[in-house]
Design a binder for this molecule. Structure first.
Ligand SMILES: NC(=O)c1ccc[n+]([C@@H]2O[C@H](COP(=O)([O-])OP(=O)(O)OC[C@H]3O[C@@H](n4cnc5c(N)ncnc54)[C@H](OP(=O)(O)O)[C@@H]3O)[C@@H](O)[C@H]2O)c1
Length: 254
């Protein structure tokens, strides 16, 4: 595929993200606390997470190992960041969550898998086949955008992991209900895990400095901001004592 074709696909994919972003404020994605049987066949929640996220992990591994240019520059560092995130999301996160009886609509798992196939396909193909090794040379490693982006990625990932851990530990063994999370960034926002993920992929886009990475952060933002609003509205409805000054996903702002 030429770089022009990949850019064209990226621009079309970006436009779809904007439509999905607006739509998701009106249609709640039915997984986790919002799950429903109305979306057709449902499957085990943990299995659904593995099916959804595995394509992203394996597509990036494929391009890292078999791609033409993955080891002709420091571009492998970007693959490494991506792969570390997706090892957690594909295998570790589903093993840790305490939502065993919970189901997810197959349609959601399949659309999540499609989202991951396109994003990993665009990013992996671009980095291993189309990007110039000069763009990811030792000069890149010393650039401000790499250093700031890599720091944002690591900080965002730590926030995401810590917040996920706090949420997962709210339930004692055998419990299935929900509680109001307290402490850490939960004192400021309802969804620090989603905030951390947005910081993480913003950092990746800054490090990588290319169109497919920009496309991915736009999609991440498009998905996660409405999801955080759905979570926040759900808490407010569910718990009359929910702290009124807690924002949705960006501390002090939104
Ligand atoms: N990159 C993307 O586009 C994207 C999209 C979606 C999600 N994600 C990531 O995937 C992860 C999960 O997202 P999510 O929206 O499903 O997270 P979530 O609703 O915050 O749930 C995270 C885990 O904690 C449990 N939990 C949440 N709130 C709880 C509470 N108040 N009391 C007790 N248990 C609680 C959930 O159980 P239940 O499952 O039983 O509700 C689930 O196991 C996050 O790290 C997110 O960043 C990424």
């Amino acid at each position: 595929m030429s770089i022009q074709s990949l850019y064209l696909i990226s621009y079309i994919w970006l436009s779809i993200a904007i439509v999905v972003h607006v739509t998701m404020f009106f249609i709640t994605a039915p997984f986790g606390r919002h799950t429903t049987e109305k979306w057709g066949i449902t499957i085990n929640n943990k299995l659904a997470w593995v099916l959804m996220e595995a394509p992203s992990l394996f597509i990036m591994l494929y391009f890292l190992v078999l791609g033409s240019n993955s080891f002709h520059s420091y571009v492998w560092i970007l693959f490494a960041f991506w792969i570390i995130h997706y090892i957690n999301r594909t295998f570790i996160y589903p093993l840790r969550i305490k939502s065993t009886p919970k189901k997810m609509p197959l349609a959601i798992a399949m659309s999540g898998a499609f989202f991951n196939i396109v994003n990993a396909g665009l990013n992996g193909y671009f980095l291993s086949e189309l990007a110039s090794p000069l763009d990811y040379s030792s000069k890149w490693l010393n650039s401000t955008h790499f250093i700031v982006g890599a720091s944002m990625f690591v900080i965002g990932m730590m926030i995401n992991w810590k917040a996920d851990t706090i949420l997962i530990n709210l339930r004692k063994p055998g419990e299935t209900g929900y509680k109001i999370p307290q402490g850490f960034l939960f004192d400021y926002i309802s969804s620090p895990n989603l905030f951390g993920e947005i910081i993480e992929w913003s950092g990746f886009a800054l490090m990588a400095y290319n169109l497919p990475a920009l496309t991915f952060i736009v999609w991440t933002f498009a998905n996660l901001v409405p999801r955080a609003k759905n979570h926040h509205d759900w808490y407010v409805k569910q718990f009359p004592e929910y702290p009124a000054k807690r924002k949705i996903v960006f501390p002090f702002l939104f």
